[in-house]
Design a protein around this ligand. Structure first.
Ligand SMILES: *Cc1c(COP(=O)(O)O)cnc(C)c1O
Length: 368
C-alpha cells in the first residue's frame, strides 16, 4: 500500500539546489548557501570547528545558553576565547563589542546569537557587524530564532557564517538547517588544518563535493521529507510575504508584553527593555513564590495546545516562554496564552485582571 510519506520520487539535485537558492533569497545573500542534513546544531558546530583553531582568538558573545555552548566548542578547538557575557534579561551593545575588540586586537573570530528563544532577547547584529568588519574578524551569527521573525540581512550586515533552522518563526521542519558561507569564511576554513574534512560536520566537504561541481550531484541521499517540508515552508513564507510574517511575530511579541504587564499577578516581562525583546518568543518572569514550571504545567493542563513552556534548566523556576513560532504568532494564541496564565495565577492565589490583559492585547494588536 502506498503512503504519503513513503514511495516518493527521489529528490533531485536540481530541486535541492533550488531550495538553497530560496534560502539565499530569504537571507538576502549572494553567498553560497548549504542546506545541511541535520538540525541547526550541525552547521553551528561545523562553522566553529571549521573557523577556529589553536592560535586563533575568538570573541564569544554570551547572551543566553547557546552562546555558552559555542564557547565550549571554541575552547575544544584550541582557540583562545574571550567571553563577553551580558545578563540574559538584556542585549549586548555594539559599543561593548567594539571595546572588547579594541582590548583584544588579536581576535579573529566573533560568534553571536542573533535572537535567543531560550531567553527572549535579540541583539543588534547590524551595528555589531559594522564593528566586526572594521576589525577584520570573521563573523558568525546563529539566526535560528530570528529568521522569519525579524530582519536578517546577511550581506548588508557583513555576516560571514549565518546559520538558520526552520523550526521556529519559519514554522518549518527541525531536521534540516542551512548556513550561508562568505568567500572569506571558505578561505579561513580551507586554510585551517583542523577544519573537519570527510566528516558529517564538514562544510568543506559540501564545497568540494557539491558546490564546486556545480551542484550537479548530491554527495549523499538527502533527508527527503525534511527537504520537502523546508521547501513548503519557504513557499508559504513567500506567498504570505516575509514582511507580513515578520510583522505578525513583532505584533505577537508586543501584544504579549503589554498583555502580561496588564494581567498583573506579579508577572513581568523578563527582558527589561522592549527594544531588546525578540519577536520570536516572549519571556516572562514569575513572581517570587510562584514556580514557573508548575504554573505552565497548570496552564497546559487546561489547554495542551498553547505555545507555553517554562525556561530551561535553572530558569525553569522563574521564566515562562510564550513562543510565537510561525503559525503560533496569532492574536488568538496570545489571548489564550495570557488567559490561561491568568487563570493559573489566580488558582495560585494571585490577583490578576484577565480583562485588562485582553484589552491591552487588542489595543496593541488591532485587527480590522
Ligand atoms: C532554537 C535554537 C537553536 C536550535 O536548537 P533546538 O533547541 O534544537 O531547536 C539554535 N540556536 C538558537 C539561538 C535557538 O534559539
Amino acid at each position: 500500500m502506498t503512503h504519503p510519506f513513503l514511495d516518493l520520487a527521489p529528490l533531485t539535485a536540481a530541486r535541492f539546489a533550488a531550495i538553497e537558492r530560496r534560502v539565499a533569497g530569504l537571507l538576502s545573500t549572494e553567498q553560497d548557501v548549504v542546506v545541511m542534513q541535520g538540525e541547526a546544531l550541525l552547521p553551528l558546530e561545523g562553522c566553529i570547528r571549521g573557523g577556529a583553531r589553536p592560535g586563533s582568538t575568538a570573541l564569544n558573545i554570551v547572551t543566553g545558553p547557546y552562546g555558552q555552548t559555542f564557547g565550549n566548542w571554541l575552547r575544544d578547538c584550541g582557540a583562545e576565547v574571550v567571553d563577553l557575557a551580558v545578563p540574559f534579561h538584556s542585549a549586548v551593545t555594539a559599543e561593548q563589542v567594539r571595546q572588547a575588540l579594541t582590548e583584544h586586537p588579536e581576535i579573529d573570530f566573533v560568534s553571536l546569537v542573533h535572537a535567543e528563544a531560550a531567553t527572549g532577547n535579540t541583539n543588534p547584529v547590524a551595528e555589531i557587524g559594522e564593528a566586526v568588519r572594521a576589525h577584520g574578524a570573521l563573523f558568525m551569527v546563529d539566526a535560528v530564532a530570528s529568521v522569519g521573525a525579524e530582519p536578517l540581512l546577511v550581506d548588508a550586515w557583513g555576516v560571514d557564517l549565518c546559520v538558520i533552522g526552520a523550526q521556529k518563526a519559519m514554522g518549518g521542519p527541525a531536521g534540516v538547517s542551512a548556513v550561508s558561507v562568505s568567500a572569506r569564511a571558505w578561505e579561513r576554513m580551507a586554510a585551517n588544518p583542523r577544519a573537519p574534512r570527510q566528516s558529517y560536520l564538514s562544510l568543506l566537504d559540501w564545497k568540494a563535493r557539491w558546490i564546486d561541481g556545480g551542484r550537479k550531484a548530491l554527495p549523499h541521499a538527502p533527508a527527503q521529507l525534511e527537504m520537502l517540508a523546508l521547501d513548503a515552508c519557504l513557499e508559504r513564507i513567500e506567498a504570505d510575504g516575509l514582511d507580513t510574517v515578520m510583522a505578525r511575530h513583532a505584533s505577537a511579541a508586543a501584544a504579549t508584553r503589554a498583555g502580561a504587564t496588564a494581567l498583573g499577578g506579579g508577572l513581568e516581562p523578563y527582558v527589561h527593555d522592549a527594544r531588546d525583546a525578540a519577536p520570536v518568543a516572549t519571556t516572562l518572569r514569575t513572581p517570587a513564590g510562584v514556580d514557573a514550571a508548575e504554573l505552565v504545567a497548570h496552564a497546559l493542563a487546561a489547554d495542551p495546545s498553547l505555545p507555553l513552556i517554562a525556561g530551561g534548566g535553572a530558569l525553569s523556576k522563574e521564566m515562562i516562554r510564550v513562543n510565537h513560532y510561525g503559525m503560533d504568532a496569532t492574536r488568538d494564541a496570545v489571548l489564550s496564552s495570557l488567559a490561561a496564565l491568568g487563570a493559573a495565577l489566580a488558582d495560585a492565589g494571585r490577583d490578576t485582571d484577565t480583562e485588562a490583559a485582553r484589552k491591552a492585547v487588542v489595543e496593541t494588536w488591532p485587527i480590522s
